[in-house]
Design a protein around this ligand. Structure first.
Ligand code: HEC
Length: 154
């Protein structure tokens, strides 16, 4: 009983902290943070690609895959809050307004993307270049699935 009560209180406290932290981010900051997250993943995707096309360094690939998985699991959905569907002042965005109207579909795409990122990190730790190549291709497709529908061309 006490344990349930304690975890309920902790749960509520944790939620309180999370929503307070999110409330602190202005819409333009959410846009900048999500662009930074995507760019950082892209940099790490590039490193993995270079390894697959040249000399394969298993430690470098594992580090890059872990960085991508960490961002994928960071809850990026929180950076698509109200007011982030269009430019805020000088801060431009390439998100399509459709993203905000199809949250269920976006959720499915995002879930698939997180599993692909987790899988890449898992096989990268194993060090098998062929497995990494397949998992890398799958993750690239998962990124593209969202961009094709919800990111403007330029
Ligand atoms: C759930 C949808 C979704 C997924 C999954 C996704 N992206 Fe994106 N990506 C977007 C959206 C939306 C934008 C536009 C963000 C903006 O301008 O506000 C974007 C923007 C970008 C940008 C440009 C960032 C900038 O500075 O403007 C890059 C690079 C990028 N994504 C790479 C990736 C890579 C690499 C992956 C997979 C590892 C990925 N994205 C997965 C939706 C997604």
């Amino acid at each position: 009983m006490n344990r349930i009560l304690a975890s309920t209180i902790l749960g509520i406290a944790a939620l309180g902290v999370a929503s307070a932290a999110l409330a602190d981010l202005k819409p333009e900051e959410q846009i900048q943070y999500r662009q930074a997250g995507y760019s950082f993943m892209s940099w790490n995707m590039g490193k993995i690609k270079a390894n697959l096309e040249g000399d394969y360094n298993s430690a470098q690939v594992a580090a890059a895959a872990n960085a991508i998985a960490a961002i994928a699991n960071s809850g990026m959905g929180a950076l698509f809050g109200p007011g982030t569907d269009k430019a805020v002042g000088d801060v431009k965005t390439r998100v399509k307004p459709e993203l905000f109207e199809n949250m269920e579909d976006v959720g499915t795409i995002a879930k698939n993307f997180v599993s692909a990122a987790d899988n890449l990190a898992k096989v990268a730790a194993g060090g098998d270049e062929v497995e990494v190549s397949t998992a890398f291709g799958d993750l690239g497709q998962a990124c593209k699935a969202c961009h094709d529908k919800y990111r403007m061309k330029d």
